[in-house]
Ligand binder design. Structure first.
Ligand SMILES: [Zn+2]
Length: 200
């Protein structure tokens, strides 16, 4: 077969939701479009990979040491929403309702899969809480069992430290990842968030 084309298909197949058939369609599409378009796409991939780093405060992707959200005067810097992954942050941003800042954990606790406390940015969160003394910590985690365990774990530590901990309202589909929740449901879950009273 045509080697470079096969290689492109293989590369595209590694992307989420892209199966072989879609990969072929995309690869051929890139061949049929003007060369300029395909090069622009390739260059923007190189650019994000080379230019973006992690915000040193919230761990979102950023071009600068502090991301635009962490350095914005119009965001409530005392309200921290804890999310699993950057994709969840973008889900909250799309909903347009959230005016606080974030903390990206990098996953949820899953001891069976080797994801223990030290594998996530929980120490970093604890440091932030000491340094920043937030008024509220919102647990913006998904509906999976592991997310639930993580939420309870975090709520217990920070409630003991006297921090107000809230969580998204029930009504998010059970087991669903936040990134697939529609904007209206997510805004509602955020608006109707509840205080966690975890007694240990
Ligand atoms: Zn940031």
């Amino acid at each position: 077969m045509i080697q470079p084309l096969e290689e492109l298909v293989e590369a595209l197949c590694t992307l989420p939701t892209i199966g072989r058939k879609s990969a072929w369609r995309l690869a051929l599409h890139l061949m049929e479009r003007p060369e300029q378009d395909a090069l622009k796409l390739a260059e923007s991939i190189v650019r994000v990979r080379q230019k973006l780093t992690r915000c040193k405060r919230c761990y979102n992707y950023s071009e600068t040491e502090l991301c635009p959200i962490c350095s914005s005067a119009s965001r409530d810097q005392k309200q921290i929403c804890v999310v699993e992954k950057p994709v969840d942050l973008f889900a909250f941003e799309r909903s347009g309702r959230y005016r606080g800042v974030y903390h990206i954990l990098g996953g949820v606790l899953s001891p069976l899969n080797g994801i223990t406390v030290d594998k996530l940015r929980i120490n970093e969160l604890s440091m932030r809480i000491i340094n920043e003394q937030p008024g509220e910590l919102i647990l913006g985690l998904g509906g999976s069992a592991d997310a639930e365990t993580t939420a309870l774990y975090l709520a217990r530590i920070y409630r003991q430290q006297g921090i107000r901990v809230t969580r998204l309202a029930r009504g998010l589909p059970v087991g669903m990842e936040l990134e697939y929740v529609d904007q209206i449901t997510l805004s509602q879950a955020l608006n109707e968030r509840t205080d966690v009273h975890y007694e240990s």
